[in-house]
Structures are given as structure tokens and as C-alpha cells.
Design a protein around this ligand. Structure first.
Ligand code: UDP
Ligand code: MG
Length: 328
């Protein structure tokens, strides 16, 4: 950080059908921005960037209205729903050109906005990455808490380095953002990549609250897809597991075969129907699963080689800065 100049902060907020909560969120974020500006902790040029991720409700209308009346409110509208992670990327790519650091936060106020102050302190101490950690998840349903814990444990077992109870509430410095933009993968699982960036990092703890309004945009189906994507885009352990179990079954069937031959020479006829049927089904099932799993990775490679853009920008409302790029 340049000590002679106050850092320009941009708060990136992905919004998908968030008309119910957007104005409350904007008010809360504006008040914390104004506090930090008046305490000369951040530059008066600091702002919020709302990313409309192809919402079907009035989200973009509200962002447009906010931009007119609130000098700290900017927005970009994606050309279609690109998903939470891509919306974050679009926001970060756009804000990078005019910010010294960015904070990403969900639109629903589940993450305590007061933690932003701690983020800035940590940034000013020279940290490039500051993780927001949920120290308390009482407000999440027991189901969400448990599935999240299994997810972290499972990912750890698969060799993916994740920060426990950290989602996408974090601060990144400009150079961390530059580094992040060198990761060009299509299946971008941001929270798995951030620990790979290196740099000095810090953690800030906060209590996670209930959604201020509206419903979760992450139903079970999306949660499962997200977890599965996370594993398969980062780890080849599932394939290795398959190889190991394949080897195990090979050895086991060889032993069983030898046993059957010995039994035959000893004069026993093997009735064997049950065992044959069982093994056919079992091995068949295992093979199908294996093929499917390998297919998943092939599918991933397929997506990666195409190098399609991760998001498209329809329009942008940005004050005091260059206009956003069309795609990335
Ligand atoms: N979101 C998005 N695109 C999507 C789904 C969600 O930009 O396709 C945003 C959403 O508006 C919110 C954030 O991602 O700001 C997290 O979503 P949500 O709060 O619904 O998830 P939960 O907290 O229930 O996991
Ligand atoms: Mg939420």
C-alpha cells in the first residue's frame, strides 16, 4: 500500500434476484463506507459495485436508481445468469482497474458488514488477503451447517486446501487480484484458488446472521453441484481411489479363481450362481461409476479447452473510472 495515499476500496456485491434486500444492503454498506471515509481509513473514491447476475426481477432497476442517487453506488449487468462465482469474477475484474483493494460480500447481509472495518485494518497492516470466517452459524439451518462441515472435511480428504468456515466474504489487494487473474480456469472455484495465491493473509471472525430478506439462491441441487464441481475441478483423488479399488478387486478375484479351481479338482462342483450374479452386478456397477467419474473429468477438460468466456457484461454504470471490458 502506498502510505501517502488512502486506499480506494470497492465492495463487490453479486446480486441474483435480490430486489427484496438490495436497498437495505446498499444502505448498510454506504454507511460503513462513509464511516471509514470520515475516519480517513479509505479514500473518498471508495465505492460499491453491484453485479446483477442476470436477475429476472427488478434488481437492475434498483441498481440504476441507486447509481443516480448514491455517489458510492456503481453497477454492472451481466448478459445472463453466470452463477455466483462468475458474478464475483466479473465484479473483481471490473473493479480491479480503479481499486487498491476489493471486498466481496453477498447481497443478503448474512455476513456482518462491521467486519469490513477489521478487513481494512488488516489490509493497512500489509495483508494482501483477508478471510472472513464465520465463528458462529446459529442462524443457518442445522442441515446447512452439517452439510457445510461434511463439505470442508471431504474437500480436505481430497487434498484441497480450504479455509474452514470461510465463504466468499474476503478482502483482496490489487496485487492479489492481479495474481488471481492469472488463473484462467473455466470451472473457477474461487475459495479453493485463493490459498494458492500465497501472500500475507489474515483472518477476521464474525457472526453469520440470517438473510435480511428474500430466499436463499442456493437450493440443495445447486449446493450439491457446487460441492461436486469443487472436488472434480481440484483433485484427481477420486480417480486414484478407483485405480486402487480396481487393483484390489483384481487381486481378490484372482484368489477367488484359484480357490474355485482347487475346489473343482477336489471334486466339488461349484453351484456358484449367486456369487456370479453378485460379482457381475457389483463389478458392472463399479465400472459404470468409474466410467462416469472419468467422464466428469473429460467433461471438465472439454470445457477448459473451449476457453469460453466466463461471463458477458451487458452494461455498466461506473463513475470516475474506465468502462468495464465487455467479456473475460
Ligand atoms: N448469487 C448470484 N448468482 C447466482 C446465485 C446467487 O450472484 O446464480 C448471489 C446471491 O444474490 C447472493 C450470493 O450469491 O448475493 C449468495 O447467495 P445466497 O445468499 O442465496 O446463498 P446462501 O447464503 O444461501 O448459501
Ligand atoms: Mg446467503
Amino acid at each position: 500500500m502506498n502510505n501517502n495515499r488512502l486506499p480506494v476500496l470497492t465492495i463487490v456485491v453479486p446480486c441474483y434476484n435480490e430486489e427484496e434486500v438490495l436497498m437495505i444492503t446498499a444502505r448498510e454498506l454506504t454507511s460503513i463506507l462513509k464511516e471509514l471515509i470520515s475516519e480517513t481509513l479509505i479514500s473518498p473514491e471508495s465505492s460499491m459495485l453491484f453485479v446483477d447476475d442476470g436477475s429476472k426481477d427488478r434488481t437492475w432497476e434498483l441498481i440504476t436508481a441507486l447509481h443516480k442517487t448514491n455517489r458510492h453506488a456503481n453497477g454492472i449487468k451481466l448478459s445472463k445468469n453466470a452463477g455466483h462465482q462468475n458474478a464475483l469474477l466479473a465484479g473483481m475484474d471490473t473493479a480491479k482497474s480503479y481499486s487498491d483493494c476489493i471486498i466481496t460480500i453477498d447481497a443478503d447481509l448474512q455476513d456482518d458488514v462491521q467486519a469490513i472495518r477489521q478487513f481494512i485494518f488488516k489490509y493497512r497492516e500489509g495483508h494482501d488477503v483477508v478471510y472472513g470466517i464465520r465463528s458462529e452459524r446459529k442462524s443457518d439451518t442445522a442441515f446447512k451447517r452439517h452439510t457445510a462441515q461434511w463439505f470442508y472435511k471431504g474437500m480436505e480428504k481430497m487434498g484441497v486446501d480450504l479455509v474452514y468456515n470461510h465463504a466468499d466474504y474476503r478482502l483482496l489487494s490489487k496485487r492479489a487480484l492481479e495474481e488471481l487473474s492469472r488463473y484462467r480456469e473455466r470451472n473457477f472455484f474461487i475459495r479453493g484458488v485463493i490459498p494458492l495465491l500465497g501472500f500475507r493473509s489474515a483472518e477476521v471472525y464474525y457472526d453469520r446472521k440470517e438473510r435480511a430478506a428474500g430466499e436463499s439462491k442456493y437450493p440443495l441441487r445447486k449446493m450439491l453441484a457446487f460441492a461436486f464441481d469443487g472436488i472434480t475441478s481440484f483433485s484427481i483423488k477420486p480417480i486414484r481411489l478407483l485405480t486402487v479399488s480396481g487393483f484390489f478387486f483384481l487381486v481378490f478375484s484372482a484368489l477367488a479363481g484359484i480357490f474355485a479351481v482347487i475346489q473343482k479338482f477336489n471334486g466339488y462342483t461349484v453351484p456358484g450362481w449367486t456369487s456370479i450374479m453378485l460379482s457381475i452386478w457389483f463389478i458392472g456397477g463399479l465400472q459404470l461409476m468409474g466410467i462416469g467419474l472419468v467422464g466428469e473429468y473429460v467433461g471438465k477438460v472439454f470445457k477448459e479447452v473451449k476457453q469460453r468466456p466466463r461471463y458477458g457484461i451487458d452494461s455498466g454504470l461506473i463513475r470516475n473510472s474506465s468502462q468495464p471490458k465487455k467479456t473475460s
